[in-house]
Design a protein around this ligand. Structure first.
Ligand SMILES: [Cu+2]
Length: 207
């Protein structure tokens, strides 16, 4: 599975220059029309305008199609889940808390806090997250991985993530879900597999 952050950085590197060019062209065209007087009627103006609009629509449709293709080509491999992940973690979101449940009954909860206790994950392996919501829609967002997935009530969202580098990956809810939405944070601490196994064996208390 590719690195989500690098994959989306690549997409951003394509989107940004296109957005700048389109923005510049649109603003430039508006300014030219303002200066030259858009309302003045001249012979042949209507047929020229139609041709210009058709050309504009065709170019924009091509740009949009290109962006759709590269977005799907990037997202499709990221959405695939492997049959046998190294670890399965259940994520339960609720107003306004996160709960990470591991095999063996280990669980880490973060309730309405800016300083959540980290939930550990091993580095360099596929981890399957199975996310659900107990009430409204929440957003499982890890900015450092450029990854977001909505968690819905009554539906299990499955996604795989790999934490390539050790460290603490802060996460937060990305969907406004009520009064304490802004305090709905979690922390995933990526550690070497040996350290993770020790932590899990200790019931989640050794790190
Ligand atoms: Cu929220």
């Amino acid at each position: 599975m590719p690195d989500t952050h690098h994959a989306f950085e690549h997409v951003k590197a394509v989107y940004l220059p296109i957005a700048i060019v389109v923005f510049t062209l649109v603003v430039g065209a508006v300014l030219i029309l303002l200066v030259r007087g858009a309302g003045r009627d001249r012979p042949g103006r209507r047929s020229n305008a139609l041709r210009l609009e058709l050309a504009n629509a065709a170019v924009l449709a091509c740009v949009a199609a290109f962006l759709v293709v590269i977005t799907f080509r990037t997202e499709t491999p990221l959405d695939r889940t492997v049959a046998h992940p190294a670890l399965r973690v259940r994520v339960i979101a609720a107003q306004w808390s996160w709960r990470f449940e591991y095999p063996g009954g280990v669980a880490v909860a973060a309730v309405s806090t800016w300083h959540p206790r980290p939930a550990l994950v091993p580095t360099g392996v596929e981890i399957e997250f199975a996310g659900v919501s107990r009430d409204v829609i929440h957003g499982f967002w890890v900015p450092q991985l450029s990854f977001m997935r909505q968690l819905l009530p009554g539906h299990v969202s499955r996604f795989d993530l790999i934490f390539h580098a050790p460290g603490t990956y802060m996460g937060t809810c990305s969907v406004f879900c009520g009064e304490q939405h802004t305090e709905m944070h979690f922390a995933l601490q990526a550690v070497p597999a040996v350290q993770f196994e020790r932590w899990l064996a200790s019931g989640g208390s050794s790190a």
